[in-house]
Design a protein around this ligand. Structure first.
Ligand code: FES
Length: 352
């Protein structure tokens, strides 16, 4: 009998059992996947028992809701940070590294939904900060949405008493009666493949680790979020490739409590002109035991050829996030198919 080899990021959470239990496709429970025996490796509360006892109920379906855009700040040509008012409960759920949400405009069809990593979760204020790179139609639709505010005359002050030059400097544009909200669905958890190996299922940071974190472009967003969670409890040095991201954004969102250093790295030069020596040398010289890469599949593949990657950005095509549509499917060398929006235990490093 082959033992179940899947590891589901939602297993044992408030969102388990999910749709896959109802359709007979649970990734972890063989009985909820149509078998008449149990071969699961799961050490928590029995999913089968939970599902049957609750009258075959799906737990806490992730409903779409409307969140006000509190800020829309542009960095450079094509990167926008959106701050959404989601409430404290939701912001708390977004605090774990690897959290992401789906966004779209209320008037748009569901296929406009776009997955965006949480860059910062402000639990006290009930807000989340998301860095959006304008790539094409979907991302441009959401970055157009501005916060609501009244027209501001030069030389006056706003209700908080701030001088209006500051407001003009924060990229706000007049938006009276315009669309000022976005539809949010989440929270989803599998934005970082391998995250469980870094912080454990209960979110405990392994303080003995010495991490090298490499980011390129908006890959900085999940890194900033992870560093916020680590909160200086483990050594973590971050190497940022600023080719496609503004220095100003990094300066604003790099957590202050950083137990480590920040350096810039030029990945294109690393791999096109210098070979692979420098990144290997950096890893060895730093005495790191953990490598985390938030970059495109191309660079993950290049780095994966020379160093073992422990965690990486989930760049698979996330569409429903629920393990239902199959858009994120990955088939390994043994012919096994994984739904990468749910499966957290495997970490392909080839490009797809
Ligand atoms: S995104 Fe739909 S199955 Fe993974």
């Amino acid at each position: 009998m082959e033992q179940n080899f899947y590891d589901c990021i939602d297993c044992g959470t408030e969102n388990c059992p999910c749709y896959l239990a109802a359709t007979g496709d649970c990734l972890v429970c063989s009985r909820l996947a149509g078998k008449d025996y149990c071969d699961c490796n799961w050490k928590g509360v029995c999913i089968y028992n939970e599902f049957i006892q609750s009258g075959k109920k799906i737990n806490n379906v992730r409903e779409e809701f409307t969140a006000k855009v509190e800020e829309n700040k542009r960095y450079g040509q094509d990167t926008v940070v959106l701050v959404l008012d989601v409430g404290r409960g939701f912001a708390l759920k977004c605090a774990k590294p690897g959290s992401y949400v789906f966004l779209k405009r209320a008037e748009d069809e569901d296929f406009y939904n776009i997955p965006i990593s949480v860059m910062k979760s402000d639990i006290t204020g009930g807000k989340i900060h998301l860095a959006v790179k304008e790539m094409s139609a979907k991302s441009k639709r959401i970055t157009e949405v501005q916060p609501h505010f009244e027209h501001i005359d030069a030389g006056t002050t706003d209700s908080a008493g701030k001088a209006n030059e500051n407001i003009a400097g924060s990229n706000k544009r007049e938006n009276i009666g315009g669309e000022d909200s976005l539809c949010v669905r989440g929270v989803y958890r599998n934005g970082i493949l391998g995250i469980k190996s870094l912080i454990g299922p209960r979110g405990k940071v392994d303080t003995d680790r010495k991490m090298m974190i490499v980011t390129k472009g908006v890959g900085f967003a999940p890194a900033a979020h992870m560093l916020e969670w680590i909160d200086g409890r483990a050594r973590a040095d971050i190497y940022t490739d600023t080719d496609k991201i503004e220095e100003e954004l990094i300066a604003e969102y790099l957590p202050q409590r950083l137990n480590g250093k920040r350096e810039n790295i030029d990945l294109r030069r690393e791999f096109e002109f210098k070979g692979t020596e420098r990144i290997s040398a950096l890893y060895k010289a730093g005495g790191y035991d953990t490598l985390v890469v938030f970059a495109s599949d191309y660079y993950i593949e290049q780095i994966g050829k020379i160093l073992k990657i422990d965690a990486r950005s989930n760049n698979f095509r996330l569409c429903c996030g629920e393990g239902v549509c199959g858009a994120c499917a990955f088939t390994d060398d043994f012919g096994r198919t994984f739904k990468m929006c749910k499966c957290s235990g495997i970490m392909p490093t080839e490009s797809f």
